[in-house]
Design a protein around this ligand. Structure first.
Ligand code: TMP
Ligand code: ASP
Length: 237
């Protein structure tokens, strides 16, 4: 399968059409962005690590019954995926308080959230991904009520599967963001799952092993992502 036209060039990935109208190629670049694209840097090896980790996670989720867009790895930094009609909302589940919820609700960083909580955000950098609710999604027609229910159900199912997977690797899945799209009428997990879009802490020391290292200028960003891959047993190039 060969790349044709650039369909979307995002902050960290580029999506290409292929000769098959139902399949796309996603290229994981080394670009790393934070604060809605305000801070951008090239981090050597990041595209490869995220592509490999994403493929590993997506296959685990698929095996556990989550429909995903993953088809197959094509190269170190490219993956073949199903073409989805993307729903422009981000689904976030939080097991531990960190990031924006700490600021918004004045919580103690690191406090356990039991039961885990769920938030929707609108995918819109210019508006800084504002938090939205089910009624906004209905009023503005971003998704149907059935799709909203299914996105929540799948996002929590992913939490059960991945919290255990990471726990077995000595990692705490603090929070994460998922994006869904429609494959015909089937709500399907799209985008990526990598340390760029979740928070992962060492279970013992609570050391950050995710993009917060980049956001907070802690250094050792790709080294931390590689450590996550190593603990999961993901083979790297
Ligand atoms: P937040 O604490 O900034 O709201 O982010 C919650 C989680 O979702 C965190 O793991 C980062 C991820 N996330 C993204 O990857 N992209 C986004 O645009 C947003 C809003 C969150
Ligand atoms: N992914 C978003 C950005 O690049 C938000 C973030 O991860 O901080 O700005």
């Amino acid at each position: 399968m060969k790349k044709q036209d650039v369909l979307i060039s995002g902050k960290a990935k580029t999506v290409y059409s292929t000769e098959d109208p139902d399949k796309l190629i996603m290229h994981f670049r080394n670009d790393t962005s934070a604060f809605d694209g305000e801070k951008i840097e090239q981090l050597d090896r990041k595209g490869m690590v995220n592509n490999r980790v994403n493929a590993f996670i997506m296959q685990k989720l698929e095996q556990a019954g989550i429909p995903t867009q993953f088809e197959k790895l094509l190269s170190d930094d490219e993956v073949l995926v199903k073409r989805l009609d993307m729903i422009p909302v981000e689904c976030v589940v939080r097991n531990i308080a960190a990031g924006s919820i700490v600021r918004r609700l004045g919580l103690d960083d690191g406090m356990e959230l039991n039961p885990p909580t769920f938030e929707f955000f609108l995918k819109n950098d210019a508006l800084h991904d504002p938090m939205i609710n089910d009624f906004h999604i209905r009023t503005f027609g971003w998704a149907s009520d059935d799709e909203v229910a299914r996105m929540k159900e799948l996002t929590f199912k992913v939490n059960d599967i991945l919290s255990k997977l990471f726990r077995d690797a000595g990692l705490l899945l603090v929070d994460y963001k998922l994006e869904f799209g429609r494959d015909k009428d089937v709500v399907t997990l799209g985008d990526e799952f990598s340390p760029d879009g979740c928070r992962l802490w060492d279970a013992k020391t609570r050391e950050k092993l995710d993009k917060d290292r980049f956001r907070q200028g802690l250094g050792g960003v790709v080294e931390a992502y590689e450590e996550v891959a190593r603990r999961l047993g993901v083979e790297l190039a």
